[in-house]
Design a protein around this ligand. Structure first.
Ligand SMILES: *Cc1c(COP(=O)(O)O)cnc(C)c1O
Length: 398
């Protein structure tokens, strides 16, 4: 066998001259400070890296709203952080209740069952959300030690009330694992006040950093469970106690994703600069304005207002259109990217981090409405744009 040098185009040949506007379900556009930081490679051990890590941990306390020192990162996607949270707290025969209303909450259940846990899924109807009496009923019948739930189910654009789940988890003395990959810094999450034991996040969604570097925060109570487990976790790279070598002792676990941590540092610093309350208000105002604009076009939203996630908006498609048609057209003709879904016939527009900027909303909604018009639907683009503008003006008066 002879291996010839392949003929390779340069990245400049492959990349479009002007980047597409990423208004899908992640990754999202990143600020310049984040992009600049992502060029840096320094020694992953030593004083400079130590200072960066120590600031990331301090900012995590604010962003996750916790006084727990047990912040650790992982060189991996949000899914690796999910696996790290689950596999450290759950093992053979652990009874787990997984609150399921979409692709990512199902993934948490799958991760738990792969480490041998005894998993009970609790399926949530999108019209009803989590019903307190049902949750109590499941807990009484199955006696879970650990509960898993997703705050913002990106796949079905549904929001779960974590404060409610936290209150009940505490009452029955269950550990609570919350996936906040999509939602962290886009809407309130109070780790300590809501009695959460592990919060998972990724880089490329609410935080507007790069994909591939993720953070988890464990409560003191979770940390004790991890430290007193009988057998060490099988996945050596995901071992939270080993991760403290890097995250708490400036020493070696594996080579840290230096550039990604620099990017994450800058993304978190921008969250702190903005302050959480202002950031939540920006997300709420932008997402609601987008939703009103979409309804103004004459389209309907997938989830009712009570359970609707604002961080990613799901839009019903007319029967004669597929998500692939819509996504391809808006991308090719208008250079805006949105997302389809893994189940329902919807398309999704993200409202995470940098996606929630007025100029992005106007460009995205115009492209979105025009796409439906191009594809032969009866759509009122001027009315959609007018409702978007009116909603933005109203939010400024409020
Ligand atoms: C995107 C997402 C994940 C997975 O993140 P990856 O980086 O793709 O692994 C997990 N949970 C939620 C809620 C998400 O939105």
């Amino acid at each position: 066998m002879k291996f010839d040098v392949p003929s390779i185009a340069t990245l400049n040949d492959i990349l479009p001259d002007e980047p597409l506007l990423m208004m899908g379900a992640g990754p999202v556009p990143i600020p310049h400070a984040v992009a600049n930081a992502n060029r840096i490679v320094i020694n992953h051990l030593g004083d400079t890296m130590g200072a960066v890590v120590s600031q990331i941990k301090a900012m995590a306390g604010y962003i996750f709203q916790t006084s727990s020192p047990w912040v650790v990162g992982v060189a991996g996607p949000g899914s690796a952080a999910m696996e790290m949270a689950v596999a450290n707290l759950v093992w053979q025969d652990t009874r787990v209740l997984s609150i399921c209303n979409g692709f990512f909450s199902d993934r948490l259940a799958e991760l738990a069952s792969r480490v041998g846990a005894n998993v009970t899924p609790m399926l949530i109807e999108k019209e009803k959300g989590i019903v307190e009496a049902d949750l109590r009923d499941y807990i009484v019948r199955h006696k879970p030690e650990v509960i898993t739930v997703v705050q913002g189910e990106t796949s079905t654009t549904t929001y779960n009330d974590i404060e409610l789940v936290g209150r009940i988890a505490k009452e029955y003395d269950c550990y609570l694992i919350v996936d906040a990959v999509c939602t962290l810094s886009t809407m309130p999450l109070k780790m300590d006040e809501w009695h959460i034991d592990a919060v998972i996040t990724g880089g490329q969604k609410g935080l507007s950093s790069i994909p591939g570097v993720s953070l988890i925060t464990f409560s003191e109570k979770a940390w004790q469970r991890i430290n007193t487990r009988e057998k060490p976790i099988v996945q050596w790279t995901l071992d939270a106690t080993l991760a403290t070598n890097f995250w708490h002792k400036e020493s070696y676990h594996y080579t840290a994703p230096v550039s990604g941590l620099m990017a994450l540092h800058e993304a978190m610093r921008l969250v702190c600069d903005e302050t959480l309350n202002k950031r939540f208000a920006r997300h709420l105002a932008c997402s609601k304005a987008l939703q009103q604009g979409i309804e103004g076009l004459g389209l309907s939203l997938y989830v009712n207002e009570q359970h609707r996630l604002n961080s990613v908006v799901g839009i019903n498609l007319p029967d004669n259109l597929t998500a692939a048609q819509v996504c391809q057209h808006i991308s090719h003709k208008y250079r805006v990217e949105i997302a389809g879904s893994f189940g329902p016939n919807i398309v999704r527009i993200g409202q995470m981090g940098e996606q929630c900027r007025e100029h992005n909303l106007f460009r995205a909604l115009h492209a979105f409405g025009s796409t439906f018009k191009d594809l032969g639907c009866k759509i009122d683009v001027p009315q959609g744009m007018a409702q978007l503008e009116a909603a933005i003006q109203n939010s400024k008066l409020a």
